[in-house]
Design a protein around this ligand. Structure first.
Ligand code: CU
Length: 156
């Protein structure tokens, strides 16, 4: 009888442990998603003949752990890339692709012309002022952040 009772306790405990693992697994990512905020994201109007587009905005991390943007996609482009503008030694500006963009804990990163930006490769149609498009940002936590971005004129 005592043996049976011990086994029952053991089973209850292992179920509780399993449940705890499941609950923690569900809480972790949800918390992370809530800590990433995207502020006024926008896309630049296409110039005639341009194949690619660019997206800008501010990404804030109110959490206590760094979170990275590891990929992005949108139905309006074949692929999206994270880019950075860099000054070459010859004084020219060039774009460099990043594997990930780290949004530091308690900090923010601003994507803006001449700096970090989201590059929309091979647009399916030109970006026109007044349109709004959906972008999906993949986070290092495994989650996806959906962002609505309005198209703004080249000069603001
Ligand atoms: Cu670029």
């Amino acid at each position: 009888m005592r043996h049976y009772f011990n086994r029952m306790i053991q089973r209850v405990l292992s179920s509780a442990a399993l449940l705890l693992v499941i609950v923690m697994g569900m809480l972790g990512p949800v918390q992370a998603a809530e800590t990433i905020e995207v502020e006024s994201f926008w896309l630049r109007e296409s110039v005639p003949g341009a194949e690619n587009g660019a997206g800008f905005g501010e990404i804030r991390n109110t959490g206590s752990e760094d979170v990275s943007i590891v990929a992005a996609e949108s139905p309006i482009a074949s692929s999206l890339e994270l880019h950075q503008h860099v000054h070459r030694h010859n004084g020219q500006m060039a774009m460099e692709q990043l594997d990930a963009l780290v949004i530091p804990a308690g900090g923010s990163v601003t994507l803006q012309p001449g700096g970090y930006h989201l590059m929309l490769m091979q647009l399916k149609s030109p970006l026109r002022v007044g349109q709004s498009h959906t972008l999906e940002l993949r986070l290092s936590t495994g989650e996806t952040l959906t962002v609505e971005a309005e198209v703004h004129p080249l000069v603001r």
